[in-house]
Ligand binder design. Structure first.
Ligand SMILES: Nc1ncnc2c1ncn2[C@@H]1O[C@H](COP(=O)(O)OP(=O)(O)OP(=O)(O)O)[C@@H](O)[C@H]1O
Ligand SMILES: [Mg+2]
Length: 422
């Protein structure tokens, strides 16, 4: 029996599960340039965890397709949907609009036989201190988040401030954080500042430098006395958007890295435990009361979180990329610059969605993912893409194939359109 194209689904799964738990993401494009036209539907496998890279130049449809994937997960039949959760790290403040229907592209949707639709299962989380700011901008907020200083290792702190392990400031910071962690007390940033100020082995110059950095960190508005309750943020059948777009300080990336690091770690730990429970339940036949769902972690502008440079969030994300499939965590990394994504993440990708890319280095990065086959071909496929938004090639490592696809229009509104001066 002929099956539709389901990217990411192995032949064995196709035989076993047929068309179950797949998401409609677009249509094949046949022909090039003026002659290009759309043919049959393309789906994505949502049964298994995947590591996905979404790349392309500015405005080519990267964030848009991430929204399409989230829509499809939310549109699965209950039996699948209720075992899945989507967590989106939103650096641009655009994904809240998944709540609203896409009236803006209603004509386009009609051409695709689709209806505009908003999603009710979307929850937006922002740092506690910014809730009011978001509400004033008429952006719906469903909850606040904060992190605690004692959830991070001494090395995390050093990386957050971009200090080396051999320079005096780096050494002093690590030493003092370690001493506080050993007490097992719930310390605040002020406690850490005081501790460093009282440290007899540290010079005044180093104390001042660290004092300044930590004072600024305290003003980020993200640290509090309450850590992230991951069971609250990650909910089965829901899309949780963690909007970090209003963290505008120059150190914004450090704060965002802290947040993503702790989310990634907590999701991983929770899924490791859930996986054990699931296996045990399978053996004993007992029903699990409330299980931590399988997670799709989607990260926009991911080169800032799992890039080639060390950062607080790099290791937690590498763990998910390398070991996340077993506990059931999918990772979707979105970037304009695949060349700036850590090699170990690229090498774990089993699906790549690439819109237009022109830089040699970035195309080279895609070759790195697909070294074993396709080499120069990728460039040809990308160059032949029609020049309207939403066209992409999909490299599928499971099927060892490349597809040229037009991503379907979103049924929910995409707030991330290119700004225009009218
Ligand atoms: N599949 C599609 N169908 C219809 N329109 C699309 C599609 N993909 C993208 N667009 C249009 O292109 C615009 C830009 O897309 P998007 O915001 O996803 O770009 P991007 O690649 O994420 O850009 P940036 O790198 O600047 O974040 C969208 O607002 C939408 O209008
Ligand atoms: Mg984008």
């Amino acid at each position: 029996m002929p099956y539709e194209t389901i990217v990411g689904r192995t032949k064995e799964d196709l035989e076993k599960f047929g068309n179950k738990a797949m998401g409609y993401i677009g249509k094949h494009i046949v022909g090039t340039g003026e002659d290009a036209h759309l043919t049959t539907k393309v789906f994505i496998d949502l049964l298994r965890p995947h590591i996905i890279l979404i790349s392309g130049k500015r405005g080519t449809g990267k964030s848009y397709v991430a929204g399409t994937i989230a829509e499809e997960i939310s549109s699965l039949p209950e039996e699948f949907k209720n075992s899945l959760a989507v967590v989106m790290i939103d650096t641009m403040g655009i994904f809240w609009s998944l709540k609203h229907s896409n009236e803006q592209q209603s004509n386009l949707l009609k051409e695709w036989n689709l209806q505009p639709k908003g999603f009710e299962n979307v929850k937006v989380y922002v740092p506690f201190k910014q809730i009011e700011e978001f509400q004033k901008a008429n952006i719906p907020v469903d909850g606040g988040i904060s992190i605690t200083p004692y959830e991070f290792s001494a090395e995390d702190w050093r990386l957050a401030f971009n200090l080396s392990a051999t320079e005096k400031t780096g050494i002093a910071l690590e030493k003092n954080v370690n001493e506080l962690l050993q007490t097992e007390e719930k310390f605040t940033i002020e406690d850490l500042i005081t501790k460093i100020r009282d440290d007899k082995e540290t010079s005044l110059e180093v104390k001042d430098a660290l004092g300044n950095m930590l004072t600024v960190a305290n003003q980020w508005g993200v640290f509090g006395t309450q850590g992230i309750d991951i069971e609250k943020i990650v909910e089965a059948g829901k899309i949780s958007i963690v909007d970090v777009s209003h963290l505008r300080a120059t150190e914004a990336w450090s704060v965002r890295n802290f947040l993503v690091a702790i989310l990634a770690r907590k999701i991983y730990q929770a899924r490791i435990i859930a996986r054990k429970e699931e296996e045990l339940a399978r053996l004993t036949g007992e029903k699990i009361e409330k299980k931590f769902p399988v997670v799709w972690l989607i990260i926009d502008e991911a080169h800032n979180f799992c890039g080639t440079e060390p950062s607080v969030s790099l290791n937690p994300l590498l763990t998910i990329a390398k070991q996340g499939r077993e506990p059931g965590i999918s990772l979707v990394v979105i970037t304009q610059m695949p060349n700036k994504i850590h090699q170990d993440v690229l090498s774990q990708c089993d699906l790549v969605f690439s819109h237009r890319l022109t830089s040699r280095d970035d195309l080279q990065a895609l070759h790195a993912v697909y070294q074993s086959y396709m080499q120069e071909e990728i460039e040809k496929f990308i160059n032949r893409l029609p020049r309207w938004p939403g066209t992409a090639i999909i490299l599928d490592d499971n099927l060892e194939k490349v597809f040229t696809v037009n991503i379907r229009p979103r049924v929910s509104w995409h707030a991330g359109g290119t700004a225009a001066v009218i």
